[in-house]
Write a protein that binds this ligand. Sequence first.
Ligand SMILES: C=C(O[C@@H]1C=C(C(=O)O)C=C[C@H]1O)C(=O)O
Length: 186
Amino acid sequence: AGTSAAAPAPGQGPVTASATAPATEGIPAIAGLSAERVRLADKVAAAKWGTDQPIDDPARERQVLADVAERSAGMGIDPAEATAVFRDQIEANKLVQRGLFARWEAHPEERPTERPDLAKEVRPALDRITTGLLERLKETEDARHAPSCAARLVHGSARAALTQRLDALHGAGLARAVPSVCVREY
Ligand SMILES: C=C(O[C@@H]1C=C(C(=O)O)C=C[C@H]1O)C(=O)O
């Protein structure tokens, strides 16, 4: 008793184990972190909903991009490539926030019941994702410039959308977040 559930032989584990595990490295990890960032738009929107804080905050965007430029340069990542990625991440986040505001206008019963603290809770969570994304951008220097990047990005994004159970709005956000990840060499 208790020993009947033998571990599967290597390579014979359930197919779903690898298909649902979050990617921890490479281009797919960038897609995974991008999906997490897009999901954080729910908290950003909930923090702003019913306040006079606008969805677009150009000062905060400049701060995010300046931080990315400085840290990427320090890490040996092309700052132009890194800031292009984060410009898209920001546009994606606003796309989702706008979609959620529209949803909440139309469906009062779906409105958030709590207001997270943008400065103390939500932006620090976004900043942690920034750190992770910069590490992954560094590690994928070659992969992002390779012809195979686009396929890896599409595959990784589809997997992230499934594993993180993104709905249509967040899926559209993820698609908006990642186009600059692959660098075209022409
Ligand atoms: C996420 C926010 O909303 C917008 C999106 C930002 C982002 O994605 O980093 C930054 C500023 C805002 O224009 C926020 O205000 O923090």
